[in-house]
Design a protein around this ligand. Structure first.
Ligand SMILES: [Zn+2]
Length: 406
């Protein structure tokens, strides 16, 4: 194990020991006490490293500032504090295995085996030290590997007295349940020229294209009447909703689309005889066609309204996040610097357009261009999540290179 790997591992084990699952059933941010506890630890560590303005705000967002020792762009690094709740234990018992190929016995007692045949991605890591779970939880590399990466990078800058520009860090809660933390991050505490998130993804993966995303809330009010005397009177809001849904292309849905295709996704309905509340998500990589989809919704509503003049249809749009590259091109600084950093540390870039959003999509929508790069981990949100130490270190090297070349 290299000296940097030891540093990373030590931090990683410390952070995964604090359970910090977010809780989708809670409406306030942060949604769990664990994220506050983890944030408190980070506050102390940031203060010990000599960062300024270190704080944990009322939403559990932790921010800090490391003044520059030389003139460079002001960089930001962001990681989320929460781990996902997929019904597994929130107690993480990681193990470092010298992987020599074949199946991995995650848990001898419970006979939880990770089969190489089902996980061919393992083959790339033969002969490497890899952090695995004990088969009862996720590993939490999503996103405690990123947290360890950022904190280790800061400690290296300070301990090795490396030159660096001004750096802001932000640790945000509740990414897994709708990017809630990056929505409430106070940008006064994150006054960067541009920023990066480090999240998920295997060695070399870069994401700077994400969906433009929005939600549409329909509230349909019908007219109730006793069915014995309903003819020409009753307006059934459920059937109004049915007519509305029927206007949307059945093939432009998550289950029929891939790659760069956008979609509509009706994913919530609550109804009775009087009202029907309907929820739809809109996703599209292209901002213009995202707008067109919204216009289509408005047209569909007026069409159905004509069909059912006595029904009342209210519609409310909510933009949720935005494609990171709406306002930036591949040649522009934040993205070009990232590709250059990967090349300089000898990692082949694997770019992919993410059919989802990152904290960076949210920050980008708020005016801070924030691409994402890999942590090195695989199989996030699963008990088969694992983190190879060599990839973990490469991710750290990218961070250090971005700081050096800002
Ligand atoms: Zn994540």
């Amino acid at each position: 194990m290299t000296a940097y790997q030891e540093k990373l591992l030590e931090r990683f084990l410390r952070y995964v020991a604090i359970p910090s699952q977010s809780n989708a059933a809670v409406n306030t941010v942060p949604t769990s006490q664990g994220q506050i506890e983890l944030g408190k630890l980070l506050v102390k560590e940031l203060q010990d490293l000599g960062l300024e303005n270190v704080k944990q705000d009322e939403h559990g967002v932790v921010t800090g500032f490391l003044p520059g020792t030389c003139a460079r762009a002001t960089l930001g690094f962001c990681s989320h504090l929460d781990t996902v709740d997929v019904g597994l234990s929130d107690v993480v018992k990681p193990q470092v295995i010298d992987y020599q190929g074949g199946d991995v016995v995650l848990n001898e007692k419970e006979q939880i085996i990770m089969k190489e045949s089902e996980h061919p991605e393992l083959k790339a890591y033969i002969g490497q030290k890899v952090i695995f779970t004990d088969g009862t939880s996720v590993l939490g590399a999503d996103n405690k590997s990123a947290m360890s990466n950022i904190m280790t990078a800061l400690s290296i800058l300070v301990e090795e007295k490396r030159e660096h520009g001004p750096i802001y860090v932000a640790f945000v809660p509740d990414e897994e349940i709708g990017l809630k933390g990056s929505k409430v991050l106070n940008l006064e505490n994150f006054k960067v020229d541009y920023a990066y998130t480090i999240d998920s993804c295997a060695l070399g993966e870069v994401v700077y294209e994400t969906f433009n995303a929005g939600s549409v809330y329909f509230e349909i009010t019908g007219v109730t009447a006793h069915p014995m005397s309903s003819k020409g009177v009753l307006v059934n809001p459920i059937l109004v909703a049915h007519d509305l849904i029927a206007l949307f292309d059945r093939k432009q849905t998550p289950e029929f689309t891939a790659d760069k295709d956008g979609y509509w996704w009706f994913n919530g309905i609550e109804a009775n005889a009087l009202t029907c509340n309907l929820v739809m998500h809109i996703r599209d990589f292209d901002k213009a066609s995202y707008q067109k989809r919204k216009e289509f919704v408005s047209k569909a509503v007026s069409q159905v309204q004509k069909l059912h003049p006595k029904a009342q249809i209210k519609v409310r749009f909510e933009d949720v996040y935005e494609n990171i590259c709406n306002n930036v091109k591949k040649e522009d600084k934040p993205i070009a610097k990232l590709y250059a950093a990967l090349e300089e540390v000898g990692v082949e870039a694997k770019t992919y357009a993410m059919r989802g959003g990152t904290d960076g999509s949210c920050l980008s929508a708020r005016g801070v261009v924030t691409p994402n790069y890999f942590t090195g981990a695989h199989n996030f949100h699963s008990l088969y999540e694992f983190l190879p130490l060599d990839s973990f270190e490469k991710s750290l090297e990218v961070t250090l290179k971005l700081i050096e070349t800002a």
